[in-house]
Design a protein around this ligand. Structure first.
Ligand SMILES: [Zn+2]
Length: 81
């Protein structure tokens, strides 16, 4: 009479570590508002008063002196001030 194999019987080797859940770190608070890179650069530089950041209709963002006629260096469109 053959001996029945008992090796298929799985032992309970699964070790569950109690209380070791991954540390959940909350996401940092989002910035209040997206600042345009050029505008932020201007603010970081101290923000000269006689210069302003213009956003042209072509999508080009540039800073120039605050004058009555500022033209876009990209498409030469005169910006309304
Ligand atoms: Zn333009």
């Amino acid at each position: 009479m053959p001996i029945p194999r008992t090796t298929t019987r799985s032992k309970t080797t699964r070790r569950v570590r109690p209380g070791r859940w991954p540390h959940v770190v909350p996401d940092p608070a989002p910035r209040p508002e997206p600042v345009h890179p050029a505008e932020r650069r201007l603010r970081d530089a101290g923000g000269p008063d006689d210069r302003a950041v213009y956003s042209c209709g072509c999508g080009y963002l540039f800073e120039a002196r605050v004058t009555s006629s500022v033209s876009c260096p990209h498409c030469r469109t005169v910006q309304a001030w």
